[in-house]
Design a protein around this ligand. Sequence first.
Ligand code: 13P
Length: 254
Amino acid sequence: MARKPLIAGNWKMNMLSADGTALAKGVATEVKKLGKPECEFLVCPPFTLLSQVKKALRGAKVALGAQDVHFNLKGAHTGDISPLMLKDLGCTYVIVGHSERRADHKESNELVCKKAQAAIENGLKAVICIGETLEERDAGKTIDVCTKQILGSVPENATAANTVIAYEPVWAIGTGKTPTAADVEDVHAAIRKVVAKKLGKGNANKMRILYGGSVKPGNAKELLALPDVDGALIGGASLKVEDFMGIASKACVK
Ligand code: 13P
């Protein structure tokens, strides 16, 4: 089953206009040089830069995504951004349920599910994040936790075409630590089985499951070569063109 790897950058709450535009232009230039890249590219800047980054990416095969979305289309939701607003800015993807939002904003599986559902209904692709904390891992609950998160956060309207799952162990984010390749593969394979139960085998075989958490050019080859790893969701290393592209250069079609 050919799944085209997705190399996605989550810029988080980083970059002002000048640096963000330069970063996007740098990525665009490098991706253009690849001609027909073997992977898909996505960058998810903060809301404030979506419009500028869209312009900076012009002509390059790099999709634009946001880092969060409200589940309503409009109305009295001060400070929130709707799926229609994201589409209006040229976004085709949105990240939902990142562990930083689950922790900082107390986002539940139920809320993440509503966001993903609304995003999909409105023509956006959802990157749904899951992953265990260190305590949960130490207690041997990794697969349990991920299973519950998938069952609770992935909406009924999810398909391989409109949804990507990102497995990001919370303790690996921004720490320089990663699980062993064998552990990553075990969790990804388990995730695919849960997706098969929930959405059917066809969707499970085609759905991309990204790994995220301290992905760097130095560890990307091993991680991206794993049979059930279909790309990466990259934080820190997505803020430098060389690192982001260095990771992408390790991706291969499966
Ligand atoms: P780092 O790559 O900085 O560990 O962040 C991963 C992440 O949270 C991407 O969403």
